[in-house]
Design a protein around this ligand. Sequence first.
Ligand SMILES: [Zn+2]
Ligand SMILES: [Zn+2]
Ligand SMILES: [Zn+2]
Length: 254
Amino acid sequence: MKFTFLGTGTSQGIPVIGCSCPVCRSSDPRDKRFRTAGLLEAENTNIVFDAGPDFRMQMLQWGPSRLDGIFITHEHNDHIAGLDDIRPYNFMQKQPLKVFAMSRVAEALKRKFDYVFESNPYPGCPSIELIEITPGNAVTVGNLVVEPLEVLHGKTPILGYKIAGFVYLTDVKHIPDETVSAITGVEALVISALRHKPHHSHLTLREALKWIINLTPKKAWLTHLSHEMGKYKDIASTLPQNVMLAYDGLSIGS
Ligand SMILES: [Zn+2]
Ligand SMILES: [Zn+2]
Ligand SMILES: [Zn+2]
């Protein structure tokens, strides 16, 4: 099983349009961040977490030629705006693409992509099989068993995902007890950390590190970073030994 960070930036991406801060002007490729998303490739099954505005560029750089499902964490634009670009997979695979989301998010997708869900959709428009999922009820896609987990994004419940010893959480502000018990002591934890200054719906770096200490994963990676976090090389060197700052294109596992 191999996981690739397709994007590790917050909603504006890095560089931010018009920004001349040192991070946005950095020439280090690890300081260029697409909107947050991930790809999990297992034997015969490939899934992605979220399809934000950079989905097309992410798939062109790191995407597989076959995709079995998209697991949506929540309905914010930086996590869904690229859904229209699944069309090449529809054309190649000649079938609807499975998109998994919690019920509130599924309704939001139906509103934002109303033309996809019409009874007589325009020929060539994306074809989606929308599947509603709930925390704690695992679903099987190909040979992957994916367990949805509830996390809180501000006060809004959203989904994270667990596949064997791998856990993917983004846009986290709080982790409810049931999720804490489900993910304590895993091999690999991906968790979001926005910046240093507090934010109403995202963990700061310090808060994310505290969760990592409590959750005791073997290794953890931080994602969904703002340009206010600082440059990769400055922040990565300050982290505990089992915590890594993620960057676009980084692959973990084998
Ligand atoms: Zn986000
Ligand atoms: Zn900047
Ligand atoms: Zn969000």
